[in-house]
Design a protein around this ligand. Structure first.
Ligand code: NAD
Ligand code: IPM
Ligand code: MN
Length: 360
């Protein structure tokens, strides 16, 4: 079959990791008889340099007209890059947020799974790891603090900054449904994470999650405060199946969960809308500290490409093949620097991509 895919390489390690993911997708296309037509789209710092804005209207239209969007990562070093001297709405991240909102990508799925081959890269003790863990973080992506009203004003000679956190019940309901639907296909457990001991938005979150839960009697669920969840993730990660949470909490908890899988370079993500159009990107950033050095782990991006095939193109066997090739490459001992351990074969970004393609 023929598919149109918008490709956003972005900044920092973005071009390196996307190149590897495209190599893998091309191999899948060859093996399964598909054609993927790629259209390159600018977003982030590279778009600022070329057009003056982090995301043009044409770029949004190209994404909307595609079957799916594959993204590397955007942004630069936030302390030294000149992009962070621009007004906030013109900085790289504003492009990503605008794209998420424009495409209606309210559901961000971040699977955190410990490959047994990566036990040595996991910072937790063996007795905590136990039989390993396999969780999904279901993060709300187009509401909350990220999209609330924001301003900085001077009041009586004192600077004051405001960021507002709002959710309406419909925004909560649709992500809660996604969380419970996902749990139904897994181990049927949801932990909804909030800060209901302090925040009104969290109290509404709890109320709506409880309503949604009534439609899923087979799913066991509980509520957990976000500070406790941060602690439980390193104390007993095996307890989690689906973590359902709002935008900012999900951002922070997914980085934490990624590290216990061995590295943030392993954590893929899918951002889904009410239609089949989705955006697929690693959960990590542009890693300016290692950009251009062939050091980045491309696996998170390659696994995101597998999610693209599965969720937007409905190509399950093809997605399975990529996941199996990643599993095999880890069994065969290939490791980038972030997941390296004794006795393994140290490789760069490109060599990791090649090794995965060979196993397809
Ligand atoms: P980061 O995720 O880019 O890097 C954090 C650390 O993880 C760094 O030490 C980096 O080298 C390492 N790392 C990240 N990805 C890796 C990979 N694939 N392989 C090996 N090591 C990897 O986070 P940061 O440094 O806080 O942010 C850098 C920039 O990225 C910022 O401009 C930020 O806004 C942006 N960012 C973008 C996205 C995105 O595009 N979705 C996500 C997060 C951060
Ligand atoms: C992520 C990133 C983004 C976020 C930034 C770059 C806006 O950290 O995708 O996790 O906070 O959502
Ligand atoms: Mn993040």
């Amino acid at each position: 079959m023929n598919f149109n895919i918008a490709v956003i390489k972005g900044d920092g390690i973005g071009p390196e990791i996307v190149t590897e993911a495209i190599k893998v997708m091309d191999k899948v296309a060859e093996k399964f008889g598909h054609t993927f037509n790629y259209t390159q789209v600018l977003m982030g710092g590279c778009s600022i340099d070329a057009t003056g804005v982090p995301l043009t209207d044409e770029a949004i239209e190209t994404c909307k007209a595609s079957d799916a969007v594959l993204l590397g990562s955007i942004g630069g070093d936030t302390t030294t890059s000149p992009w962070y001297k621009l007004e906030p709405s013109l900085r790289p991240e504003a492009g990503l947020l605008k794209l998420r909102k424009s495409l209606g990508l309210f559901a961000n799925i971040r699977p955190a799974y410990l490959y047994k081959e990566l036990k040595a890269a996991c910072p937790l003790k063996d007795e905590i790891i136990g039989d390993g863990f396999d969780m999904v973080i279901m993060r709300e992506l187009t509401g909350g603090l990220y999209f609330g009203e924001r301003k900085t004003v001077e009041e009586n000679g004192v600077l004051k900054a405001y960021d507002s956190l709002t959710y309406d019940e419909n925004e909560i309901r649709r992500i809660a449904i996604k969380g419970f639907e996902t749990a139904m296909k897994r181990r049927k457990n949801v932990v909804s994470v909030d800060k209901a001991n302090v925040l009104d938005s969290s109290r509404l979150w709890r109320k709506v999650v409880e309503e949604v839960a009534r439609d899923y009697p087979e799913v066991t669920y509980s509520h957990m405060l976000v500070d406790n969840c941060a602690m439980q993730l390193v104390k007993n990660p095996g307890q989690f199946d689906v973590i359902l949470t709002e935008n900012m909490f999900g951002d922070i908890l997914s980085d934490e969960a990624s590290e216990v899988t061995g590295s943030i370079g392993m954590l893929s993500s899918a951002s889904l809308s009410a239609t089949s159009l989705g955006l697929y990107e690693p959960s990590h950033g542009s890693a300016p500290d290692i950009a251009g050095q062939n050091k980045a782990n491309p696996i998170a991006t390659i696994l995101s490409a597998a999610m693209l095939l599965r969720y937007s193109l409905n190509l399950d066997a093809e997605a399975d093949a990529i996941e199996a090739a990643v599993q095999k490459v880890l069994e065969d001992g290939y490791r980038t620097v972030d997941i390296m351990s004794d006795g393994c074969l140290f490789v760069g970004c490109k060599e990791m991509g090649d090794a995965i393609v060979e196993r397809l």
